[in-house]
Design a binder for this molecule. Structure first.
Ligand code: ADP
Ligand code: MG
Length: 170
């Protein structure tokens, strides 16, 4: 090269990277459930239930994973759940109230949910500074991550509001 010009190149992930690190790299459905249960443990849950709602055939039925942990406020969903490779558990290795050694660290476990079903919904109740809120992502269709789209163009519908709801304790 005669004329040297320094420019920057940037990575721009395709949306399908979510499927690659989620359902394609995860070994099986058992490992996928374990990732979700580990997240409940890290969230200081006292229990986590895994409920199978038949018929468990493609296109019907569901698997419901529910815990009574600290949940996610909208900021947590935005800054942790929506960030692939989130560093949420990298610097802080202890859970907030029960001081558990965190099981997660890589910031990719939740994407294993794509191994368990074609679609998912996320419902989270959280209490922060006395304010009790619920956030709902009603329908996340994992197939939107399979197309040619770039990851930064994918948008997901949600609703948020105050709530009186409490998670059932067992
Ligand atoms: N059941 C849950 N309760 C509260 N927060 C959760 C739950 N599941 C996931 N999260 C949040 O989503 C983030 C991403 O989860 P995950 O992909 O498993 O990565 P990691 O556990 O390695 O941080 C977690 O760091 C946590 O902040
Ligand atoms: Mg995890």
């Amino acid at each position: 090269m005669n004329q040297q010009k320094t420019e920057k190149l940037r990575f721009r992930p395709r949306a399908r990277i979510i499927r690659t690190i989620g359902d394609q790299l995860i070994s099986g459905p058992e490992a996928a459930v374990i990732e979700l249960v580990k997240n409940s443990y890290d969230a200081d849950a006292s229990y986590v239930t895994v409920k199978f709602v038949p018929p468990l055939i493609p296109g019907a039925g569901s698997i419901v994973v529910q815990d009574d942990g600290h949940g996610m406020a909208l900021e947590d969903i935005q800054e942790k759940w929506m960030e692939p490779a989130t560093t949420a558990k990298v610097n802080n290795r202890r859970s907030p109230s029960k001081n558990r050694v965190m099981m997660g660290s890589k910031g990719i476990g939740r994407f294993a949910a794509a191994k368990l079903g074609a679609r998912m919904s996320l419902y989270s109740i959280s209490e922060r500074k006395g304010q009790r809120n619920e956030v709902l992502i009603p329908d996340l269709d994992w197939s939107i991550f399979s197309a040619e789209a770039y990851l930064d163009t994918i948008a997901i519908d949600y609703s948020v509001g105050e709530t009186e709801a409490r998670v059932r304790t067992h």
